[in-house]
Design a protein around this ligand. Sequence first.
Ligand code: PLP
Length: 545
Amino acid sequence: MGEAQVSLEHLFRVFTKPEHKDSKLAQIEQHLSDNILDFLSQHVVTKKTSLEEVEQDFADAAMPESPEFVSTHAENLLEKLVAHSVNTYSPTFIGHMTSALPYFHLSLSKLLVGLNQNLVKIETSKAFTPLERQVLGMMHNLVYEQSEPFYEQYLHSARHALGAFCSGGTVANITALWVARNKLLGPDSGFSGVARAGLASALRHYNINNLGVLCSKRGHYSLSKAVDLLGIGREGLLTLPCPDQVLDPEKALQAGKAYQEQGNRLLAIVGIGGTTETGHVDPLDELADVAKELGCWFHVDAAWGGATLFSQSYRYIMKGIERADSVTIDAHKQMYVPMGAGMTLFKNPEHANAVRHHAQYILREGSKDLGATTLEGSRNGMAMMVYSSLHILGRRGYELLINQSIDKAKQFAKMIDEHPDFELVTSPTLSLLTYRVCPQSVQQTLLALPAGKAQRLNGKVDRLVVNVQKLQREAGKSFVSRTRLESPTYGAYPITVFRVVLANPLTTVADLKAILQEQHDIAMRNRVWQDLTLSGEPLANVVNN
Ligand SMILES: *Cc1c(COP(=O)(O)O)cnc(C)c1O
């Protein structure tokens, strides 16, 4: 059943014939565009199905031999794929940076696929190329606020780039450090530059022992991938401890100097504009001074926090970002654009020339092909989603969204603070916070304990937090993530915490109250809680042994 005819006639129909109005796929389409929240709540069933069970549905490596009717296939997708997807639109899904999207993206994505432009070259994109350049210009303007004739001069110049559009923050960070590397180790007398001669020759020519990149321990793992890929190596990523959650400029300066005194060269300092784990923002302005003193590149990873710049009330948190040589911003995070939209912005429009690449059949000298300065080749027109969002929401719309996220995070922090059995671990700078559940009596015991014993007791609390997070996820009503970090109170060792990202504008304060209540209920029923709170033996054991 469901097998279609193996004929070109049938295949041509697949290419050309719109779906019948009553077909399964058309129904799905209709339902999605009528009411996406309803579609998701109806079809994404958060059943207690384990990943292993889901894998059974995708266990066969055999190539499907014969064509299948689209409708039959759509049924399949609903049953196997949609049903076991994650409802990221749910207002109680507050564990990650992925959330609900404005409805118009659904229709726009059809337009995007309908046009199927390839932005690697003008010959397959035309209007999309200037659109993407304009989007990069608008975002550049948001960060660097240059006055005219700057944008008039560079926005569409074939010899300049205000940024590079890419699939996300990872590629954006790689692109930024790639440009930094090629700038630092560029052509010199008797040397063709690292891009041509390779890293080994470059280090020899410039008499550099090792190349390093410095950031705090909260740096995103994509930086680690970047240094690996660029030949610097993961050991070349110098991550400094940050008990205060941010990179200390004084310590960064010392570490940078000590590193360079050993014959090494610091390629870049990376300041984080909103860490993935806690949402903290490094002191960017001071780090810009440090980079200047050390003579290295200053990159700001604002993949998450960059959108804070839309808000007049909170823009100050990012002060100093305008001094960065390059900035990463993800539109698929706080700009509510579908997955696959990242950007690197370059302060100096000439910098991207350090990675410019030419080929014979495209990307010719003097062409405006975007592929000449992007890491990725064929690329879709996601920039249109950013373009439309910027127009449909406007700077002021984004400002409202950013403000309400941060304000809500503050309200949630207050709620946690006031609850006797919860501890706020890191309070929100942006719309992220971490906390843990810990019985009040245990909190008091911890205060009185010497460090070593407190660590052992904290180990038990860690287990409670892990259990609650897992059970909550399995129950399927709500989701928060968890991580391990050195807290302001216990700086010497990491503790396990709940991590909340208030990205979804539709999450209400009532939702947050309910989530806290649910966690409390789960915790009190947990064996570890009982262990921790039973007077007498068990707790005494933990403390006394
Ligand atoms: C999300 C994030 C990244 C990685 O971005 P992707 O889009 O997932 O590749 C990098 N840095 C920070 C600070 C992030 O929050």
